[in-house]
Design a protein around this ligand. Structure first.
Ligand SMILES: Cc1cc2nc3c(=O)[nH]c(=O)nc-3n(C[C@H](O)[C@H](O)[C@H](O)COP(=O)(O)O)c2cc1C
Length: 179
């Protein structure tokens, strides 16, 4: 089975090398809008975004992750926060923000852009929040690097569904059609 959505889901890959080419504001806006159309519990839309293009800010953020090289090489960083003032349930809000992030990744891919979702930087989330001047109700949830992808083969693997899913009860082999 194939359609544009399924194709985008399957073909999106994390991109860690970007061309030295700017991303127009209009496309950043499009990508953020896609993020904002994610589902959230009670439709509370707990995500907030800070878009970073400034090299000095990127350099300061890069000090707080092993992936500093990737971060500095991306023309745009989308810093995704959860706003405690909008939050009603930490687990559900974090899940909503995960959905938001995936919308961002897929929307970018559909526009010919590449992304990588950085999570390792969260170990220093308070430092990053301060660098960005965000209020203390904002909790950093991800930094998404965005840019035009350097062309190269990017492979990835997934476990077969048989290792992940059961039919009716735990332990019962999944009998859906294989892909
Ligand atoms: C919650 C989360 C955290 C991640 N953190 C990092 C990270 O810190 N650095 C990085 O290079 N990739 C990071 N990734 C990207 C994963 O490594 C990548 O999605 C995975 O290897 C599968 O590859 P694919 O995205 O190309 O399918 C993260 C992805 C997620 C969802």
């Amino acid at each position: 089975m194939e359609n544009e959505v399924l194709k985008a889901i399957r073909e999106r890959r994390s991109v860690r090398q970007f061309l030295d080419r700017d991303v127009p504001d209009e496309l950043v806006r499009e990508v953020l809008t896609a993020g904002s159309w994610a589902p959230s519990g009670l439709n509370n839309q707990p995500w907030r975004f800070i878009v970073v293009r400034d090299e000095k800010t990127k350099a300061a953020m890069a000090e707080h992750t092993h992936y500093g090289h990737t971060l500095r090489g991306a023309p745009v960083l989308i810093c995704v926060f959860m706003d405690a003032e909008a939050s009603y349930d930490r687990t559900k809000d974090a899940m909503g923000i995960g959905a938001c992030n995936q919308n961002i990744l897929l929307a970018a891919h559909s526009l010919g852009l590449g992304t990588v979702w950085l999570g390792e930087i969260l170990k220093d989330k308070e430092d990053v929040r301060k660098i960005l001047g965000a209020p203390d109700t904002y909790e950093l949830m991800a930094v998404i690097c965005l840019g035009y992808p350097e062309p190269r083969d990017r492979g990835s693997e997934r476990k077969p569904l048989e290792e992940l899913a059961f039919s009716e009860r735990y332990g019962e082999g999944f009998s859906g059609p294989s892909r």
